[in-house]
Design a protein around this ligand. Structure first.
Ligand code: B12
Ligand code: SF4
Ligand code: SF4
Length: 385
């Protein structure tokens, strides 16, 4: 494997970054293989993660050289003899080593909730998110998202950070959006995870990463992969962590063992989220009318805010966390420990922040954050009284 790994990685280092099967940017580690200056730090980190998973590192024997890591060929590629369960264990170790908080694996069989999606779309609950209509067929049959794929490796990443005091003034930004856009910050670790799958063998031609993009029904796949249940607020809730985390997935045809689904419904008789929503956006448990949701109104919707959102949104100027904040599973288990870094100064923004800004200054200050989605015009609208 080690002898195969190095030229493979070097070849892919030349191919550059970008989405799509087997086109992840990869590099080679340390001066033993290439000049150090030629290897960007993030590339080294990514290869180290892959190499670590495959145990291609072996310390030289003597105490004097104990800290020097030399690359050593490991046993010949054992794909045929490694079991699907062993491969799954390797993938999971890699995901955790890359900083993801939990990982589960599921197959891509059709969703049993086809009718729920159809009813939801027909009711107009998607509002102007037309892409949800276009992607419906693939959401119903996730195996059609990436031809040949058979498995989803689903990961979570904690973004919890505490709110500023209520009297701090200004407009509230949802917790997930107080830092670098997660599409960007998760892309690297997720690509490395995909690389790990690719170097494991069959699956190289069919492995692709998704972070909140594409037609992947992420919450449902996460539930099927055993990561938690879908709460009445429609969030995927992990019984050990709550729901303040991102989901991401790698689709692949690598033969990895699947996990049992998370069958229990731990909401019980609780209805806190349904009762707390200021815009009554839940027509029933586990059904969200996005057109009434502050998150949709302030992030996805273009044009003036609807009356229901204008009246109900209170301090929120980007997104909304209320139905997550009130959930007892978050109140008990959400923790900033090990969470993605967030900036407290982005949690509450003075309402005149965008008044004198032009597109260039907006881009400099907020271009790398999720606020880029509504853009300057959207944030001006959201901050208006
Ligand atoms: C569109 C979208 C939105 C829309 C609509 C949300 C919605 N509830 O549908 C809006 C803009 C409102 C939104 C808001 C938010 N979003 Co959003 N959103 C998405 C997106 C892109 C698609 C979701 C979707 O397909 N909705 C359509 C509905 C019909 O599908 P669904 O909610 O997945 O429901 C399916 C299952 O529930 C299943 N089902 C139905 N009944 C039952 C019953 C049982 C028992 C089971 C098991 C399954 C099941 O069938 C449904 C149809 O397939 C996903 C990313 C993705 N690719 O999945 C992120 C995503 C769901 N959002 C996320 C986040 C963080 C948020 C916000 C918290 C952001 C914020 N602070 O403002 C809020 C939360 C609001 C809320 N309560 O949902 C995270 C959720 C992480 C988590 N722990 O669950 C996701 C997964 C993005 C990510 N990659 O991390 N979002
Ligand atoms: S995010 Fe806010 S507005 Fe949207 S459903 Fe939850 S509580 Fe209601
Ligand atoms: S607030 Fe209660 S009902 Fe809502 S998701 Fe959390 S546990 Fe379930």
């Amino acid at each position: 494997m080690g002898t195969d790994l190095v030229p493979l990685l070097a070849r892919r280092a030349e191919s550059g970054a970008g989405p799509g099967p087997a086109i992840h940017r990869l590099g080679v580690p340390t001066a033993k293989l290439v000049a150090p200056a030629a290897v960007p730090a993030d590339t080294v980190a990514r290869l180290l993660a892959v190499a670590h998973v495959y145990r291609v590192w072996r310390r030289a024997g003597s105490p004097a050289t104990a800290r020097r890591h030399a690359v050593r060929p490991v046993a010949a590629a054992p794909h045929a003899t490694v079991s699907a369960a062993a491969r799954a264990a390797t993938v999971k170790r890699a995901a955790l080593a890359l900083g993801f908080d939990s990982v589960g694996i599921t197959d891509l069989s059709p969703t049993p909730h086809t009718d729920a999606l159809t009813t939801w779309l027909e009711a107009g609950y998607a509002g102007t998110m037309r892409y949800l209509h276009r992607q419906a067929a693939r959401r119903r049959e996730p195996a059609c998202i990436l031809t040949g794929s058979t498995r989803a490796v689903v990961v979570t990443r904690n973004y919890y950070n505490a709110d500023p005091p209520p009297d701090a003034g200004g407009g509230l930004v949802a917790k997930y959006a107080r830092g670098t856009d997660y599409h960007r910050s998760l892309a690297g670790p997720l690509a490395t995870l995909a690389d790990t799958l690719i170097v494991m063998g069959a699956g190289a031609e069919c492995t692709r990463c998704y972070v909140d993009a594409g037609p992947v029904p992420e919450r449902e796949l996460a539930q099927r992969a055993g990561l938690g249940w879908i709460g009445k607020n429609t969030m995927l809730i992990d019984p050990r962590r709550g729901s303040f985390f991102f989901l991401a997935a790698v689709l692949t045809n690598l033969d990895v063992a699947v996990d049992p689904p998370f069958e229990a419904d731990r909401c019980g008789s609780c209805t806190r989220c349904l009762d707390a929503c200021p815009t009554n956006a839940f027509p029933s448990p586990r059904v969200l009318d996005a057109t009434r949701c502050i998150s949709y109104g302030t992030i996805e919707h273009r044009g003036p805010l609807s009356d229901v959102i204008s009246r109900g949104r209170g301090d929120w100027v980007f997104g909304c966390d209320i139905c997550n904040d009130v959930c007892p599973w978050n109140q008990r288990f959400a923790s900033p420990e090990g969470a993605m870094p967030m900036l407290s100064e982005l949690a509450r923004l003075p309402r005149d922040t965008f008044d004198d800004m032009n597109e260039a200054t907006f881009d400099t200050r907020f271009g790398a954050t999720p606020l880029e989605r509504p853009g300057l015009a959207g944030m001006r609208r959201n901050c208006a009284d």
